[in-house]
Design a protein around this ligand. Structure first.
Ligand code: HEM
Length: 381
């Protein structure tokens, strides 16, 4: 059941799409009634089953123009003989994924937790004194720190996060549909070089790709998820240790930080019963496949992993950072919950690669502020 507060949360969150890509958002909303809709040589894929089939059964051309793989490769290079994951296939892809599995697996994420937990305590301290915290700025520092630790880079975390955001935004601008844009392409190459230079010896194409993927999704996802939690009044669930990880999954599902996956079919096949020809363009709408548009987040009635994990893709290329992203959001929610924060200011980032906020400030809610003055949260840190 949609409550007034869930509607308020949904209304605010919708602004990140309407301010940055109103036409695309309108087109996708208008066509989502069917699992798959063909418009010329483009298929709009909305249904969960069709989305999964496209990512797991249909051969995809990972380097075709207009796909994530091509954009990643043209921005960062092909990493010498290998590639940058999104554009790879087969044994080379599997080997590079194995290289990441250690640092992004269960033990690796536990190690990273010990890095971000003190950072959260420090960055959220102003709430204690009635001050405000910008969750976008916090997410930048958090993701930059995680990336530097993952890649063994001694660079400044905020500078890395800013460079990764610039590289992704410039890459998106240089790949907009229509005629080639040589100046935008040159700007994208410069932005990618800036990131690689900053990362130092860790700045090969593949690690730089990991930095871009980690920073841009985290900076988009965390503030949107916190704003939804605050607007929908879900802090009780966030305060409950058992419900918190489920709530994190639910909030990642409804905010679908990477909402649209552009892909191209490499061969004939079918998705959701609809025939596909080699060379057809597929717009895979992760947001709709995960039911973000129709089912409110609720840790007591969750959609479940088969649905919520769709925001991380599916099959051999499914996001290797999913465990990290889920743990990170759960910890952010846990650290914020005692303050019952409310959103005080929100401004959309119209130039970012992914729909998100440029500024999203919160302060402790009235009840939490009063309790804090009375010392009721003294044991929080
Ligand atoms: C809310 C956070 C995140 C979301 C929603 C997200 C979503 C996605 C999606 C949809 C894909 C494409 C999957 C496919 O094609 O099937 C992907 C791939 C990828 N993600 Fe994430 N991601 C997130 C966080 C992260 C983080 C924190 C990292 C790194 C630490 C990361 C690293 C990657 C990499 C390297 C790939 C390419 C994998 C491949 O092609 O084999 N992501 N992600």
């Amino acid at each position: 059941m949609t409550t007034v507060s869930q509607s308020r949360a949904r209304r605010r969150d919708r602004r990140v799409y309407l301010r940055s890509h109103p036409l695309l958002f309108g087109l996708l909303a208008a066509t989502r009634g069917r699992p798959v809709r063909r418009l010329g040589r483009t298929l709009l894929v909305h249904g969960p089953q069709a989305y999964r089939e496209a990512l797991t059964r249909l051969p995809l051309d990972r380097t075709a123009a207009g796909t994530t793989g091509a954009a990643a490769r043209s921005a960062l290079g092909d990493g010498g003989a290998g590639g940058v994951l999104f554009d790879q296939e087969g044994a080379g892809h599997r080997a590079d994924r194995r290289g990441l599995a250690g640092s992004l697996g269960g033990a690796g994420v536990e190690d990273l937790r010990s890095l971000w937990r003190p950072l959260l305590v420090r960055r959220l301290a102003p709430l204690e004194r009635g001050g405000e915290v910008d969750l976008v700025d916090l997410a930048r520092e958090l993701s930059g720190s995680v990336v530097c630790a993952l890649l063994g880079s001694g660079a400044d975390p905020r500078a890395v996060a800013e460079a990764a955001a610039r590289a992704a935004a410039a890459s998106v601008r240089s790949h907009l549909p229509g005629p080639r844009r040589p100046r935008a392409e040159a700007a994208a190459a410069r932005a990618a070089d800036g990131l690689r230079l900053l990362l130092g010896p860790a700045g090969e194409a593949l690690p730089a790709m990991v930095a871009v993927a980690a920073v841009n999704t985290t900076v988009a996802a965390l503030p949107r998820a916190v704003a939804w939690c605050a607007d929908a009044g879900l802090w009780e669930q966030a305060a409950d240790e058992a419900l918190r990880p489920v709530l994190a999954d639910e909030l990642l599902r409804v905010t679908a930080a990477s909402p649209l996956l552009p892909r191209v079919a490499a061969a004939d096949g079918a998705v959701g019963g609809c025939p596909v020809r080699g060379g057809d363009r597929l717009l895979l709408v992760a947001r709709h496949a995960a039911g973000a548009h129709r089912r409110d987040p609720d840790a007591r009635r969750p959609a479940g992993p088969a649905v919520d994990r769709l925001v991380f893709g599916a099959g051999p290329h499914a996001c290797p950072g999913a465990r990290l992203a889920r743990a990170q959001l759960a910890d952010v929610l846990g650290a914020l919950a005692p303050y019952r924060p409310v959103v005080t200011r929100a401004r959309v980032d119209r130039g970012a690669a992914l729909p998100g906020w440029r500024v999203l400030t919160v302060r402790a809610g009235d009840r939490a502020a009063r309790a804090s003055e009375d010392g009721l949260f003294g044991s929080r840190a």
